[in-house]
Design a protein around this ligand. Structure first.
Ligand code: SAM
Ligand code: SF4
Length: 331
């Protein structure tokens, strides 16, 4: 089937799949504490349905898959699902984004089914702050999850930290120091205005240049050049001289990477989203469940990609928020 190329000549080869809207944490910037209305079971795509869509997408140009959530490791059968994805033809990269809580149970299994690396989200290195931001007392579990991932051989272990002024700006150096002795890739992500919650405020966003400045004043940073351009992703990568790991800056706001965006997203309830910040969605579940042939599903994916915007406008209008929250999209 023809490749997925959008109106701006961007080739779509990366699909991010959110397999659940359930989570074992309640991060303040992502989910409400109470009154979360989860999707009923019948609304969530089954693994077989997701695998069929992935097969169709890989028959076009998708080769990279990221599994996310909610918390993907909370969905029953996750290891079976990861194995099935790995077995599909044309897939060359399958990864998972997790909060790490269940990694002590699953890191070894992930490696056994062929997953090579993992992204773990952690916004603070202080237990009491972790309790505040996630509303759960599970900090030690995440640390154990990081260790388990490392010991199981997942490499690199990427630690994703959302940089939030007034919350963790004083910890930027502590996170950076983690890369001195550990081969971790610590990646700072700019705080984005998404979904209905009142934690986001424009003045809480700590932008990549400020983060560079905080680290650069203490440790000179060297750029990491990867000869394979497509492995760089949206992170600008650096290393503290002599450090074992890397530091990455992901700056969707201050220096967006829309021009090279190669992604499409699938939500747990079977909607395609062609831009994280746009509320435009395509209901592919309807076609999937009413007997559409592969060609028809490919046509729907192609049409969705044709409406992919050239970029977001958050720099001009920081108050804009898309309606769906991250726990319902997957990041
Ligand atoms: N539960 C998993 C986790 O936390 O890694 C996967 C899903 S979570 C929605 C994916 C990522 O989105 C996490 O790294 C989280 O910190 C990030 N995230 C959620 N809301 C965000 C926001 N408003 N701005 C920036 N990153 C956000
Ligand atoms: Fe859950 Fe991840 Fe959202 Fe935190 S960021 S509430 S761990 S989905």
């Amino acid at each position: 089937m023809p490749e997925l190329i959008d109106r701006f000549s961007r080739k779509i080869d990366y699909m991010r799949i959110s397999i659940t809207d359930r989570c074992n944490l309640r991060c303040r910037y992502c989910m409400p504490e109470n009154g979360v209305r989860h999707l009923p079971h019948r609304e969530i795509l089954s693994y077989e349905e997701i695998l069929r869509l992935v097969r169709v997408a890989t028959g076009c140009s998708v080769t990279k898959i990221r599994v996310t959530g909610g918390e993907p490791l909370t969905r029953r059968g996750i290891i079976y699902f990861m194995r099935q994805i790995k077995l599909l033809p044309y897939i060359d990269d399958v990864t998972i984004t997790t909060n790490g809580i269940l990694l002590p149970d699953y890191a070894g299994d992930l490696v056994n089914v062929g997953v090579k690396r993992v992204n773990i989200s952690l916004d603070t290195l202080k237990p009491e702050k972790f309790r505040y931001i996630t509303r759960m007392d599970l900090f030690e579990r995440v640390l154990e999850g990081i260790r388990s991932a490392d010991e199981a051989g997942l490499s690199p272990v990427k630690i994703n930290c959302v940089a939030i002024k007034g919350f963790n700006d004083e910890e930027i150096l502590d996170f950076a120091r983690l890369t001195l002795d550990h081969p971790y890739h610590v990646r700072f992500i700019e705080f984005m205005p998404l979904g209905e919650n009142d934690y986001w405020r424009p003045d809480k966003a700590l932008h990549a240049p400020e983060i560079m400045d905080i680290i650069g004043r203490v440790y000179p940073l060297e750029p990491v050049i990867n000869s394979k351009a497509d492995q760089n992703g949206p992170a600008r990568r650096f290393r503290i001289k002599g450090g074992a790991g890397e530091i990455g800056l992901i700056s969707p706001i201050s220096r967006h990477f829309c021009d090279t965006c190669n992604r499409i997203r699938l939500t747990p309830d079977g909607r395609l989203r062609n831009c994280l910040f746009s509320d435009q969605e395509t209901n592919i579940k309807e076609a999937l469940r009413s007997g559409a042939k592969d060609e028809e599903l490919a046509r729907i994916i192609r049409e969705s990609i044709q409406t992919k915007p050239s970029g977001h406008k958050l720099q001009e209008d920081a108050s804009h928020k898309c309606k769906r929250s991250m726990w319902k999209i997957g990041g």
